[in-house]
Design a protein around this ligand. Structure first.
Ligand code: NAP
Ligand code: G4F
Length: 343
């Protein structure tokens, strides 16, 4: 079996590639041209996968890629995925994250209509939530250009399935994290910050809204749900979530406690990091996936945060060993510097 992953250099793409290689797939990854290669997350498997250059902005490159690979399964994970950037680059976000999906679907329809297609939909589509918890039937109310673009990607996938009988599915995935998460997302920003503070490379972290809540799971679990969706007899859409929500404040507490520090001593709330429109609470109900896909998460919130803190502690220790000089004494619980936290 041949699988093609767009976004293979991202967090999910790299975990999915690991998983599909273990299942015996030939794995192809779409990468866009850059002046410097950015393949850190797939460095450990680079000899076992084939990379093909194409871009979500360029329809011909997508068709050429599909003609070359002729995949059995396509996982469309590529997108501009960072919500705050979608306000500063709303048009580009629409091009990548929204219209990029129909470019992929058109290429599939014309070149390899028998391929099975997975679209990376998002809980951000629920935005200002209409009900708690959110299911496959909850109406959407996106709160950012990113969320709006994902709604387009979601419905165009449903529409191509219904119009052209493609095996096309959307996974509505709630937030999922890992040591490979980009450092601008809140979990990784916190665990990287904790490691830097603990080991003396930083004094504080600036945060935005610490009252918002997310349903956070482990990315390694979530990519297995993507694969299960493409193994079904009939194409369908699924919510993937843990069913437990935690606030950013709890994230801070659990992460700092892991290294025996009190978060209130190190966190500064910066109003510039508050979003123009916030998604206050996301909480998913994945009972359909649990029943039909036999999928369930294996990592709890606390285990996830601990895993990420430990990975960042190890990485920062290596940075120090390679010459990154601590500018202050390593932090201890009593030596904390008071930040301006809100209680
Ligand atoms: P990520 O780490 O930001 O990775 C995004 C990937 O998209 C990268 O490989 C990036 O390539 C690629 N990409 C962006 N623009 C592209 C373009 N024009 N042409 C080709 N490739 C392009 O995101 P992730 O966390 O793995 O998420 C994967 C997908 O799931 C995304 O669609 C995201 O929106 C969605 N999603 C994520 C979550 C979550 O919690 N992680 C939840 C729901 C949905 P470069 O390396 O070249 O930048
Ligand atoms: O980690 P975040 O940036 O993730 P967000 O916005 O929920 O989006 C992620 O999950 C979506 C699924 O629901 C994906 F579709 C999307 O691609 C992405 O992976 O922020 C989480 C929460 C927000 O409420 C934000 O306001 O954390 C809050 N937050 C507070 N301080 C912060 C910060 N977020 C970031 N990134 N940085 C802060 O300093």
């Amino acid at each position: 079996m041949k699988a093609l992953i767009t976004g293979i250099t991202g967090q999910d793409g790299s975990y999915l590639a690991d998983f599909l290689l273990d299942q015996g797939y030939q794995v192809y990854g779409m990468v866009r041209r850059a002046s410097t290669e950015n393949f850190d997350r797939i460095a450990h498997i680079k000899n076992r996968i084939t990379l093909v250059q194409a871009d979500l902005l360029d329809e011909l490159s997508l068709m050429g890629m599909l003609e070359q690979v002729r995949p059995d399964e396509i996982y469309n994970l590529a997108a501009m995925s960072f919500v705050p950037t979608s306000w500063s680059q709303p048009i580009l976000t629409g091009e990548f994250t929204g219209i990029g999906v129909v470019r992929m679907l058109e290429a599939v329809r014309r070149v390899c209509p028998k391929s099975r297609f997975y679209q990376a939909s998002s809980s951000e589509m629920f935005g200002k939530v209409r009900e708690v918890p959110q299911t496959e039937l909850t109406p959407f109310y996106p709160r950012s250009p990113y969320g709006v673009s994902k709604v387009y990607g979601h419905y165009i996938t449903v529409n191509y399935r219904e119009s052209y009988n493609l095996f096309a599915v959307s996974g509505i995935l709630f937030n999922h994290e890992s040591p490979r998460r980009g450092r601008e997302f809140v979990t990784r920003k916190v665990t990287d910050g904790v490691a830097r503070i603990k080991l003396g490379l930083a004094r504080s972290i600036s945060m935005g809204n610490i009252d918002s809540q997310r349903d956070w799971g482990f990315a390694g679990d979530y990519v297995q749900a993507m694969w299960r969706m493409l193994q079904q007899k009939t194409p369908d859409d699924f919510v993937i979530a843990t069913g437990k929500a935690h606030s950013v404040r709890e994230l801070l507490r659990v992460a700092f406690e892991r290294v025996d520090l009190d978060w209130k001593d190190y966190v500064v709330v910066d109003p510039k990091l508050i979003r123009p429109a916030e998604v206050d609470q996301l909480l998913g109900d994945s009972s359909k996936a649990r029943r039909v896909l036999k999928w369930k998460p294996s990592v709890t919130f606390e285990q996830l945060v601990h895993m990420m803190v430990e990975a960042d502690m190890e990485r920062v220790r290596q940075e120090i060993a390679q010459g990154a000089l601590p500018d202050i004494r390593p932090a201890t619980r009593s030596a904390g510097r008071k930040g301006k936290t809100s209680k």
